[in-house]
Ligand binder design. Structure first.
Ligand SMILES: Cc1cc2nc3c(=O)[nH]c(=O)nc-3n(C[C@H](O)[C@H](O)[C@H](O)COP(=O)(O)OP(=O)(O)OC[C@H]3O[C@@H](n4cnc5c(N)ncnc54)[C@H](O)[C@@H]3O)c2cc1C
Length: 554
């Protein structure tokens, strides 16, 4: 790699490079269960540096086919999208500028942490509502590459719905602006014969020639992060061509994002929660659509296992929360203690409403409570709790958001194993789906709770396992196969938000079929014919490669 770095410098590269043992070890992991040690990590200072890197790799690829580039921002990817061999390009060190924020849009660089971005948007009473649960750790660039979503996606959609414009360095080592355009503008770009025009022409042809197949490939769920979102690129009715839909969610396999313009929504300041304790889950199929009619901002859930563990390890919350918040939590949990005397509920549903005034939130919470009460017997609800202000609902959010962290810290010899971490099926199937899912988890003796975005039918199941033990490791493949087959038999998607990476890339054919996978391969070939960007991911993934990189030490 020394020659490569020297060449880069000769070409005017201003950033740093690091191939120290410590750095390579750090960059060999993200939040997934994989490990791949890169050769070197680069820290470009600006777009020009990124262009220089890509150009040099493109020029050297023929003589050195192993050379590749994988982008990385905060490294919280759960699927292994941010790890690879060869060269890692870090965007988190220098791409941190927030260039422009108004109440309607914000322009910033991909390495900006979402938490910093939010501080700025809040100054304008505005919000990017697709933030992930990892909001304190992740960057807005990682959100683009994974097409992230979170608790507010139920109301607002995913990151792809908020990207107005991207600057992207493509495989020729030049930066291009990619945004939605009319057919007329598309024709102009194609006629210009530019590099981007040639790519657009081929993508447009691919969309036109396979129009019905592509439209039919869209997974029949409210959120999906698998594959390339081809079905949203070209629309014959609106005559809009939008290549941002391909870049968003592409895990940096088509090019590197260097600048992002996001659309924002007004930040509603008040929120309140109605909590439902379900005796059993038989009524879910009917209950969920009923609740969705009230248009909640979020609709989350956690199961009895989460509740039991949270109560069992209650004192450990002390450490996580600090004394003051912990005492508040204990006091506020007493009504629920009484509630629990009636029997541990199977499932806890949290229905949240947002609005500009506390009164409006209270009204929404009360109305849903009143209306559902009359259905109580039918829905087998054994309790409600109204928490019409943000402060009073904190305890439930702590259980929903922190219980997994808690579990992780308690079970010290086990590690998070995200391999069935993001499945999604339509909510009306949950009554049948969840018991079958539970029985697979039980069969493989996986130490896992079921929590997630109930309104979308999207669940994050992240077992704690000791993967260095052969016995535990051997469970991985068959358990994943059974769960994935179950999800697909319910017409679901294996990923609602976390994307494919090394763990789900090999499942693209099962998810979409041979024909659509071949279209994905063509997309990759059109953008990146020499496979420079993030190999072994998306349509280039294969299970043997992935499985051979599952971590065996921690
Ligand atoms: C506890 C926890 C909870 C999570 N909850 C959610 C959730 O609710 N919803 C959700 O969607 N995800 C979730 N995630 C996964 C992850 O945090 C998000 O997808 C996040 O948006 C990734 O951001 P990052 O900055 O860490 O990206 P990274 O992990 O650094 O990278 C993610 C992907 O983006 C690519 N990439 C990074 N920068 C660029 C760039 N400039 N150009 C092109 N490609 C690039 C990488 O190659 C990689 O494929 C969670 C993760 C954890 C650990």
């Amino acid at each position: 790699m020394d020659n490569f770095i020297n060449e880069l410098k000769k070409l005017g590269y201003k950033g740093e490079s690091d191939d120290s043992q410590e750095t390579l070890e750090f960059y060999s992991h993200d939040a997934s269960l994989f490990e791949i040690v890169p050769s070197v990590v680069l820290f470009p200072r600006d777009s020009q540096d990124v262009q220089t890197i890509v150009k040099l790799v493109a020029d050297n690829k023929a003589s050195n086919p192993e050379l590749s580039l994988t982008a990385r921002s905060a490294g919280t990817d759960m699927a292994g999208g941010a790890v690879n061999d060869s060269v890692i390009v870090d965007f988190n060190r220098h791409f941190r500028a927030i260039e422009h924020v108004s109440s309607a849009i914000a322009q910033a660089q991909p390495g900006v942490f979402y938490r910093d971005f939010e501080k700025e948007t809040f100054k304008h009473n505005a919000l990017l509502p697709t933030y992930p649960a990892s909001r304190d750790l992740a960057t807005i660039g990682g959100m683009v590459a994974n097409n992230s979503g979170g608790e507010k996606s139920l109301e607002y959609g995913k990151t792809k719905d908020f990207v107005k414009q991207l600057s992207v360095v493509l495989a020729d080592g030049k930066e291009y602006v990619i945004k939605p355009i009319t057919k007329l503008e598309l024709d102009e770009i194609i006629t210009s014969g530019s590099y981007l025009g040639q790519i657009y022409q081929r993508i447009y042809q691919l969309c036109e020639n396979n129009y019905d197949v592509i439209k039919a490939a869209k997974p029949k769920v409210s959120k999906n992060s698998m594959g390339y979102t081809l079905w949203e690129v070209w629309d014959r009715e609106t005559q809009i061509f939008d290549a941002t839909k391909l870049i968003v969610g592409s895990e940096g396999t088509l090019g590197f994002v260097t600048d992002i313009t996001y659309r924002l929504v007004p930040h509603k300041k008040h929120s309140g929660l109605l909590v439902l304790f379900l005796k059993d889950i038989d009524s879910l199929g009917e209950l969920i659509p009923k609740i969705l009619e009230y248009k909640p901002a979020t609709f989350e859930s956690f199961d009895d296992q989460t509740l039991i563990l949270s109560i069992k390890f209650m004192t450990s919350f002390l450490k996580m929360l600090g004394v003051k918040r912990f005492i508040k939590l204990l006091i506020s949990l007493i009504p629920d203690g009484l509630q629990l005397l009636r029997g541990i509920p199977k499932l806890i549903l949290m229905v949240e409403f947002n609005d500009d005034s506390e009164e409006a939130v209270r009204n929404k919470v009360k109305t849903l409570h009143r209306d559902l009460k009359s259905y109580k017997a039918r829905y087998e609800i054994n309790g409600f709790e109204e928490d019409p202000t943000e402060g009073s609902s904190e305890k439930f959010w702590i259980m929903r958001r922190q219980s997994f962290q808690l579990l992780r810290s308690k079970i010290k010899d086990k590690h998070t194993a995200p391999f069935i971490d993001d499945l999604i099926v339509r909510p009306e199937y949950l009554t049948k789906f969840l018991p079958e899912l539970r029985s697979i988890i039980k069969k493989y003796k996986l130490f896992a709770t079921i929590a997630g975005h109930m309104g979308d039918g999207n669940f994050h199941i992240i077992p704690l396992m000791k993967l260095e033990d052969k016995y535990e490791r051997d469970k991985l493949q068959p358990a994943m196969q059974e769960v994935n087959k179950l999800v697909l038999s319910f017409n679901g998607s294996l990923s609602g938000e976390h994307n494919d990476g090394l763990i789900r890339g090999p499942w693209l054919e099962s998810q979409f079929g041979k024909e659509v996978l071949s279209l994905f391969k063509e997309v990759k070939h059109i953008f990146d014919p020499d496979n420079i960007f993030n190999p072994h991911k998306k349509s280039d993934a294969d299970w043997d490669y992935s499985f051979s990189h599952v971590r065996d030490h921690f």
